[in-house]
Design a protein around this ligand. Structure first.
Ligand code: ATP
Ligand code: MG
Length: 561
């Protein structure tokens, strides 16, 4: 039975079906990607929805590739999709299926429809079929080939299969109703001729089924009960039902929900492919991409994506989710779970002139204030340090409480220092800040509670590791990347500052040994993840996952007022 805290219109339909015993008490869902690109966060929503429903109703969940179009599909995509579905916790057990494995069955079903007089071979070109389809207000025109006799259709369809007929010259169409108010029912195409190798079937086939013809058969063969898809298929449902009814086979229920849209984000495989092919990003796994591989490389956790998907829920009405909500989800997760570290992104040197030359102290630093069991680590402290350029102002603006000549700040986990002198080069750039420290203020000492207005992070110059840090920002500058001036396309909305690379960062020693994919909160700076591709031991590269600032919490707060 359903877990009662979850409720949405799909679960209501399922509850009703269970009451009426529509599917003999079974619940069986599937995720049916076409392997023509990498999965994005919209797919994650669909995976979570289908998987969670199956789990909550003690049902089953299939992964099925809808690999019916050899022109756009590749094994690379199949492999990545399997990995991503598993990463998102969509456990399909041993139920991994391929629509192409049903091609023979689909062909036989098509023959059965021809024999029933419900399908015919049509010689019109794709353009002619389109132009005779009619409009929303006018009926279509019947094809001159519509009344071919069954025997001729059978012979021609077999020749199509055998490869004797060139691409684009014939199709198999369902014979439904050219005057139907639903354009999808105006003799839709069931098969096209495509002489192209298939990533699993090789050259075995040169007729390929269309989505509408194939999908219901796939669902039926697998015993799917609730075939959940996005809203744009709502007016395809009568066709889904027509095919299944005409074939007289087991009949799953198609249910449509609103697809996920997110502000500042493009969720279309075709567009994402364009970004990759035209090198606007470094690949499908570019950390700015809304793909699952991109999110993973950026440092998002599967938990945070699941939390996001569960939180936004499902609805029957299209809407746009604020990207800040996704960022909130990852902060929630990382605030609890990410190890803290000190990293200086834009370093300037501090010399503590009253600290002994070769002395090194090992100071304990808290690994995670949210999780006592994470314990502490040792950070080395010495006479020469790096701090952020931003944490010093020679002439402090009003309300600037960090370091400036004559003022004091606390160094996190260490001492209070006071700026005594600023050293500049010939061009007037600050190259060193000379400070004095107060030994009585060492963190942990009873004398350490003297109040100062700011605490800043630092790393020991002698022990710091050089690092590259990649600061990512939103890929698009507009909330709706499709909102463009006339004559321009979505590419004109790409954010020119979506990536900033800092190559002279100084990080604490522990970070030099960070493993690929390790996540950290750089104190006061943000959440970061070791880049899985480019990071090397001793020469780490970090991706910014998200800043510390929580705009979503602010939005929620304002909403409450
Ligand atoms: P795109 O429009 O990006 O090309 P698609 O729908 O063509 O995506 P499929 O591989 O057919 O890609 O999608 C597999 C499943 O994922 C489908 O059931 C589809 O409904 C669902 N899906 C795709 N995009 C979204 C989205 N933005 N939100 C929710 N579900 C989605
Ligand atoms: Mg699709």
């Amino acid at each position: 039975m359903t877990t009662n805290e979850k409720s949405d219109f799909i679960r209501e339909i399922i509850d009703e079906d269970l009451k009426t015993n529509k599917f003999e008490g079974r619940v069986h869902t599937r995720f049916p990607p076409e392997p023509n690109g990498y999965l994005h966060i919209g797919h994650a929503k669909s995976i979570r929805l289908n998987y969670e429903i199956a789990k909550d109703y003690q049902g089953k969940f299939n992964l099925r590739f809808d690999d019916t179009n050899p022109e756009k599909e590749e094994q690379e995509y199949v492999d990545s999709i399997i990995e991503d579905v598993k990463w998102l916790g969509g456990d399909f057990e041993d139920r991994l299926f391929y629509a192409s494995d049903y091609f023979e069955q689909m062909y036989e079903f098509a023959v059965a429809l021809i024999k029933k007089g419900k399908a015919y071979v049509c010689d019109l070109s794709a353009d002619e079929i389109r132009s005779t389809r009619g409009t929303l207000t006018e009926p279509g025109t019947e094809s001159p080939y519509r009344n071919r006799i069954v025997e001729e259709n059978l012979i021609l369809f077999e020749q199509m299969r055998k490869g004797n007929i060139p691409d684009g010259t014939k199709t198999l169409r369902a014979k439904i109703d050219m005057a139907s108010p639903n354009i999808n029912l105006r003799d839709p195409i069931m098969y096209r001729i495509v002489h192209e190798g298939h990533h699993r079937q090789g050259d075995k086939w040169c007729v390929y089924p269309t989505y509408d013809w194939a999908h219901g058969i796939e669902d039926s063969i697998e015993g799917i009960t609730h075939s959940i898809c996005t809203l744009e298929f709502e007016n395809h449902r009568p066709l889904y039902d027509w095919y299944i009814n005409e074939l007289g086979i087991y009949h799953p229920q198609q249910i449509e929900f609103a697809r996920l849209n997110i502000t500042y984000t493009m969720l279309s495989k075709r567009r994402l492919l364009q970004l990759v092919q035209e090198h606007h990003v470094s690949g499908w796994d570019d950390p700015r991409m809304p793909t699952i591989v991109g999110f993973r490389r950026r440092g998002y956790t599967a938990e945070s994506i699941k939390m996001f998907c569960d939180k936004i829920g499902v609805s029957k009405k299209d809407s746009i989710i604020d990207v800040a909500m996704l960022e909130w989800s990852i902060r929630e997760d990382l605030n609890k779970n990410a190890q803290r570290a000190m990293a200086v992104l834009n370093p300037v040197k501090v010399i503590i002139t009253n600290y002994p030359e070769n002395k090194v102290e090992e100071l304990p630093a808290v690994n995670n204030p949210e999780d006592e069991s994470a314990g502490t680590r040792i950070v080395p402290f010495g006479r020469e340090l790096f701090i952020e350029q931003d944490d010093f102002r020679e002439v402090p603006p009003p309300k600037y409480y960090r370091l400036s000549p004559g003022t004091e700040v606390r160094l996190r986990y260490a001492y209070i220092i006071k700026c005594a002198k600023v050293i500049k080069d010939a061009q007037g750039n600050i190259i060193e800040i000379h400070c004095i420290y107060d030994p009585e203020t060492k963190s942990g000492l009873p004398t350490a509670n003297r109040k100062v207005k700011a605490t800043i992070h630092w790393v020991s110059a002698h022990d710091a590791v050089n690092a590259e840090v990649r600061l990512y920002d939103r890929l698009f500058i507009k909330e709706d990347p499709d909102e463009v001036e006339e004559g321009k396309d979505f590419l004109s909305n790409l954010n020119p500052n979506s990536l900033q690379v800092l190559t002279h960062c100084k990080v604490e020693p522990m970070l030099g040994a960070a493993a690929p994919g390790d996540r950290f909160q750089f104190e006061r700076v943000g959440y970061f993840c070791t880049d899985a591709k480019d990071s090397k031991p001793g020469a780490p590269v970090f991706n910014r996952i998200v800043t510390l600032k929580d705009t979503w919490a602010k939005i929620v707060q304002q909403g409450k007022k």
